[in-house]
Design a protein. Structure first.
Length: 299
């Protein structure tokens, strides 16, 4: 063997040793990390799902992100007792930039913390002209009921079932196409700017069946002036789904229903330009894009 061959062999050996070292360091770091983020980058309207895996002799003393304390829930169906899940919803108003998740925990070595970072990317939401068909519907855009109803819904979203009721993926409540996407800013006929759209509108004929996106408990089944006939389902762990403008409601408050249960029919009650379903999802009292959950799942 010539000297060049020997050198190659040597450098190959050094390379292998270095690779081995990297693997060992990588493993040590992975073992130390108790906090996993579902996304390194995400857009407003999406949800960052946190997975917390701590040793059995360690307890969580705090979890924060976006200047809020984040609630965490024991992972159901897991053998390991010290596994938790938590959700950080990125609201429509969240500015692009780097944000942190801070986990504090206490174990044998006293209180320690772990920090992870993620990036919120800028997103341009479309602007949409809204033509309301009748003067009664036009009046609703100025109705004081809008504020009252927002309070009613806000109060529901802030009290929730701790245990997870949902089971696997969320499904679309009906197969129709999207007529107005999440985040669209609304401009009325008279030029006034309405609320940014905090759900999606699905096209369907009057009377079309609306199915529950997942299993849950009915927290609201009521006729509201602006939102129309409304159903709110509590899926547990701070996750709610919202169905507006129904012509008919088939469920009652307090009822526990399965995924795909027919909870009502499409209509145009309340502030609606025509028959459609307004479908929304609230996570920790922040309205997020429900399609992230029905099309790809939150992870
Ligand atoms: Zn809508």
């Amino acid at each position: 063997m010539n000297s060049a061959g020997l050198n190659m062999q040597k450098s190959g050996l050094i390379g292998a040793v270095l690779m081995g070292l990297c693997l060992i360091t990588g493993m040590a770091e992975a073992e130390k990390s108790f906090l996993q983020l579902s996304h390194a980058r995400l857009y407003p309207g999406m949800v960052q799902v946190l997975t917390l895996r701590l040793p059995t002799d360690t307890e969580i003393t705090g979890l924060w992100s976006l200047e809020r304390s984040v609630p965490y829930y024991a992972e159901q169906g897991s053998e390991d007792k010290n596994r938790y899940v938590a959700y950080v919803p990125i609201g429509l108003g969240q500015k692009p930039g780097q944000y942190a998740v801070l986990l504090k925990y206490r174990g044998n070595q006293g209180e320690q913390n772990e920090k992870s970072f993620f990036e919120v990317l800028p997103k341009k939401f479309p602007s949409q002209r809204v033509s309301l068909p009748t003067s009664e519907k036009k009046e609703l855009t100025r109705s004081p009921s809008l504020e009252t109803e927002a309070d009613v819904l806000g109060a529901i979203f802030s009290q929730h079932e701790v245990l997870r009721c949902f089971d696997g993926n969320f499904v679309r409540p009906l197969p129709g196409a999207i007529s107005s996407e999440y985040g669209a800013s609304r401009v009325y006929d008279d030029g006034r700017i309405g609320w940014q759209h905090r759900g999606v509108d699905l096209v369907a004929e009057e009377g079309a069946p609306v199915q529950a996106t997942n299993a849950g408990i009915v927290r609201l089944a009521k006729a509201l002036k602006v939102h129309g006939n409304t159903v709110v389902l509590d899926h547990g762990q701070g996750i709610f789904s919202i169905y507006n403008h129904l012509s008919k409601i088939n469920v009652t408050q307090g009822e526990r229903i399965e995924k795909k249960f027919i909870l009502g029919q499409v209509g145009m009650t309340g502030l609606a330009t025509g028959p459609h379903l307004h479908f929304g999802l609230s996570v920790n009292n922040v309205r997020v894009d429900p399609l992230q959950w029905t099309e790809t799942g939150p992870l």
